[in-house]
Design a protein around this ligand. Sequence first.
Ligand code: ARG
Length: 460
Amino acid sequence: SELKLWGGRFTGETDPLMNLYNASLPYDQKMYNADLDNSKYYTEGLLKAGLLTQEELDEIHRGLEIIRGEWASNSFVEKDGDEDIHTANERRLGEIIGRHIAGKVHTGRSRNDQVATDMRIYCREALDNMAKILKDLIGAILQRAEQEIDALMPGYTHLQRAQPIRWSHWLNLYATYFTEDFKRLKQIRERLNVSPLGCGALAGHPYGIDRELIAERLGFDDVIGNSLQAVSDRDFVVEILFWCSLFMNHISRFSEDLIIYSTAEFNFVKLSDAYSTGSSLMPQKKNPDSLELLRGKSGRVFGSLSGFMMSLKSIPSTYNKDMQEDKEPLFDALLTVEHSILIATGVISTLTINKESMYKALTMDMLATDLADYLVRKGVPFRETHHISGEAVRKAEELNLSGIDKISIEQYKEIDSRFENDVVDVFDFEVSVERRTATGGTAKSAVLKQIQKLRTELSS
Ligand code: ARG
């Protein structure tokens, strides 16, 4: 127990499995930068409070940078008793600059405010990186939407052909989801960027340390206003896990669409070899594994959210070791989402579309709404036109015609006398699509406007 920073009051040995069970160093060492910055600026606060001399501070900073170099070059040597990143760094600092000075760093600080601070610093950077790659994904989608603006395809409800839309309109659907995710990410980052440091174990700092100064030096926007909450709170972890889960939901739906569109039955899109794999038995197979994994991993990420919510829900105030269970689900979710964004970006920027198959999948019955709209333009109430158009669909079926465009003008007049010769103009997919000019619609002008709007939102 001498090896342990808290060993003073202990006489018995810790069960070896308990040491393993308790240790977080295997996974929290990735926060080493945050932890070293924490000590770097916390000790500036100690200097200002008169608890360190300038010479001691310089020595500490020198030691911290040596440790940083060791982690960065993978040469940090872990020792028995290094429970977590905080104890490991402190132990090593003592070895480098001597325990006399190193032993002052933790004055007034607890691992409770320390870990809460490290986590926020780490998350902040992870979210910034996430925002960057997410922006690239959206950029790739918007670029396609612009380049392939002319391709038409069926839009679906209930997975049944509904109305003709532009392929780029479908792309914009997900670009819009992902842009909302992007904005949500910024909001979460803003909320989490407040500093717990200087709250001690739970009750506050006994040396009147300048928390605001330390917070500012660490890049925080504010300090947390209650010391108990500062060390208790992991809502930011929950928010990130929720963000990850919702994002993966969007990615999953995006993937599901593309999996369907890539079947031989649809043949709308073809994945590049880079994101497909083969079958060990059937030589002809090319499977969309990338998309299936994107869909499948959404379950795993949601599991991290629900799992951690369960860990958190009955923790009494303030710090309890249960809270260490925030890290593995968080780090796993962040990595999974990061990889998912990169894979999705690769998939969408390398697939090819089959414009002919998309167009061939359009059927005249998908213009039944347009037929109803035709009569609306002649002054007939929509409820009535809906019914009349339905009759036309039935008539085409009864007469065994290939579509409502094959009904003759005379037959149309029999259905309703208000049909005139110009009804034939309805039976054009391009015309149908181009009517949807109102904001948000699938007409070319409206789609281009959406692209513009999303680009603006992403750059602000
Ligand atoms: N490794 C711990 C964690 O991640 C650090 C905080 C330990 N605090 C304590 N009072 N034991 O939560």
